[in-house]
Design a protein around this ligand. Structure first.
Ligand SMILES: C[S@@+](CC[C@H](N)C(=O)[O-])C[C@H]1O[C@@H](n2cnc3c(N)ncnc32)[C@H](O)[C@@H]1O
Length: 188
């Protein structure tokens, strides 16, 4: 386990550990409060690509009914569940696999989505798609734009995506324009 970082959300202080390969950037802390504002107490939430699990615990601290943590890296899912337990958060489970593949038709009220969205050096981004968002940062948004609405409960399901300044917003926006879902962007 790495060092703990602390996040204030909904009047609570969450103590969260970094997972291997994913690091918390304190500059993004205000975004997490914004994410919490999208969560209602009756919501079933998917933290898609959970990494160290900050988004899911934030949703849980905002009193989500249930949180599912998913990631392609099993240690990240384990770290997310450990973080949830460390903070005494509410009901949750974890699944491992490529984006929506392990969810098998499940639907959620809220999907939290902060995929790798850093453009990678030519060649490297193709070899490590789990760390980069293709050449322009939009790879995962493009891949998932049509499928994401399918995991949202109708009516009322919301996709909350974190938009980081490193991303290429126009490319990502173009990818998501095709998505027939309710999309809220939090961030730059
Ligand atoms: C930028 S990190 C976001 C971590 C966390 N959700 C947050 O907001 O701090 C992106 C996460 O997506 C995961 N990921 C990358 N490719 C994936 C894939 N094909 N399927 C599922 N998760 C993936 C990575 O392992 C990583 O944990």
């Amino acid at each position: 386990m790495g060092s703990l970082f602390h996040l204030e959300v909904g009047g609570r202080t969450l103590a969260l550990a970094h997972a291997e390969r994913v690091h918390f950037d304190g500059a993004n802390a205000p975004l997490y409060e914004a994410v919490a504002s999208h969560v209602r107490s009756s919501d079933r939430v998917l933290d898609l690509g959970c990494g160290h699990g900050a988004l899911g615990p934030v949703a849980s601290a905002a009193r989500a009914r249930h949180v599912t943590f998913s990631d392609v890296h099993a240690p990240s899912v384990t770290a997310a569940l450990t973080n949830a337990a460390r903070n005494g958060l509410g009901p949750c489970n974890g699944v491992v696999g490529d984006w929506l593949e392990p969810l098998r038709g499940e639907r959620f009220d809220v999907v939290l989505f902060n995929p790798p969205q850093t453009g990678g050096p030519a060649g490297l981004e193709a070899r490590q798609p789990d760390r980069f968002g293709g050449e322009d940062g939009a790879l995962h948004f493009v891949r998932l734009a049509a499928q994401l609405p399918l995991v949202l409960r109708r009516p009322g399901g919301r996709l909350v995506r974190m938009r980081l300044s490193r991303a290429t917003p126009r490319a990502v926006d173009r990818a998501l324009a095709a998505a027939d879902g309710v999309i809220h962007s939090v961030g730059a």
